[in-house]
Design a protein. Structure first.
Length: 349
């Protein structure tokens, strides 16, 4: 399935290395970065070579396979103890996306019972995580598209596409499916400062699939909605917690407030690997703060006045009350709350 599915592949395994389409360089350059050690994988996640919650989970899973090969070669008896430092290094790469922790926890469970050389088994587990993510996105794309009335226009934020996942995408998976059903009029994409995931990545990715896209500055969203130009905001998520609160790219919360004000529907598309039932409410989600320099510059060029400082949280939390639908590979949760999330995740209350 992996081999046939994508027109481009953000994450690949290539015998000796985890190969990452360097998303810092898109859309101008299409270059793969080869990571041959777990330290290189963790660095690539920290530096945004690969980004998007499911994609960093998949990358880390391949990173665990790399680490196991190395640790087993160093010591066939102590590799299981020694690999723990590698797992922690990967977990520490980015704090908000739960998929990273979910994937490493699954790899940790898998390696616990292994005898002999662990590499092949762990590589298969990483491939399974990768393939399951694509399958989940294809399903949620269909569920999400079923909510959209023909002729609708949508606004998306950041990049929650194939680039951010194993393939197909979450929010962009819904958009791809709705477009294939002939339901979509216009797709608007926020440019998404400061990394410009919307302008650089979402626009590029949609155009690869011949889906026209219209960029807007974040500041244009209120006016776009006031003018009646969109019926849905569709976003992905880095972590959905037990009460239905949603962490996603900074600016998502503003869109949800604006959507409610203007009678626009708000959809979150994410696999169940993004749902963290161990956290009760959004206030407890760790929010990544990145270097203020990312905000003070654009395209590597300082734009802010010398002496200005910046505050750079890169995610925010949208309260569940502002969400009309969470869509996963299992189905649709309308107007999410704790009881509905628990039912969806098979936890009886
Ligand atoms: C399917 S991706 C969902 C989210 O990870 C995405 O919307 C997002 O916020 C990505 O942030 P990024 O900082 O680019 O990793």
């Amino acid at each position: 399935m992996l081999e046939q599915y994508d027109t481009f592949k953000p994450v690949l395994w290539d015998d000796e290395a985890v190969c990452l389409l360097d998303q810092r360089l898109l859309p101008q350059q299409h270059q793969y970065l080869y990571c041959r050690s777990v330290a290189e994988v963790a660095q690539a996640i920290r530096d945004m070579v690969v980004r998007g919650a499911p994609a960093i989970g998949i990358t880390a899973a391949y990173g665990v396979a790399l680490a196991a090969r190395q640790r087993y070669a160093e010591s066939a008896t102590n590799w299981r103890d020694n690999i723990e430092a590698d797992l922690q290094q990967l977990e520490g790469a980015r704090p908000t996306a739960i998929n990273l922790h979910w994937a490493i926890a699954r790899m940790r469970d898998r390696l616990a019972g292994l005898d002999g050389d662990p590499f092949e088994v762990l590589l298969q587990e990483a491939r399974a995580i990768h393939e399951e993510d694509i399958a989940a996105n294809l399903k949620m794309g269909k569920f999400g598209a079923s909510l959209i009335v023909p002729g609708s226009s949508v606004l998306t934020h950041c990049n929650a596409g194939a680039l951010a996942t194993g393939g197909h995408g979450t929010a962009l998976g819904v958009i791809r499916s709705a477009r294939a059903d002939g339901k979509l009029a216009t797709v608007y994409a926020d440019e998404t400062r400061p990394w410009l995931q919307g302008a650089r990545l979402t626009a590029w990715e949609l155009l690869q699939d011949q889906i026209p896209v219209t960029l807007v500055a974040e500041g244009a969203a209120a006016w776009l909605m006031q003018q009646g130009k969109v019926q849905w905001v569709i976003v992905g998520s880095d972590r959905i917690v037990a009460n239905g609160d949603v962490a996603n790219k900074i600016g998502t919360y503003s869109l949800a407030v604006l959507a409610r004000q203007h009678g626009v529907k708000f959809m979150v598309a994410a696999p169940t690997s993004t749902i963290d039932m161990a956290v009760a409410e959004g206030g407890a989600i760790p929010i990544e703060q990145r270097d203020p320099a990312e905000l003070l510059a654009c395209g590597g060029q300082r734009v802010a006045a010398e002496g200005a400082t910046a505050w750079n949280p890169v995610f925010d939390v949208t309260p569940a009350q502002l969400v009309d639908a969470i869509v996963t590979e299992r189905g649709i949760i309308e107007r999410p709350d704790s009881a509905k999330l628990a039912r969806h995740m098979g936890q009886h209350r």
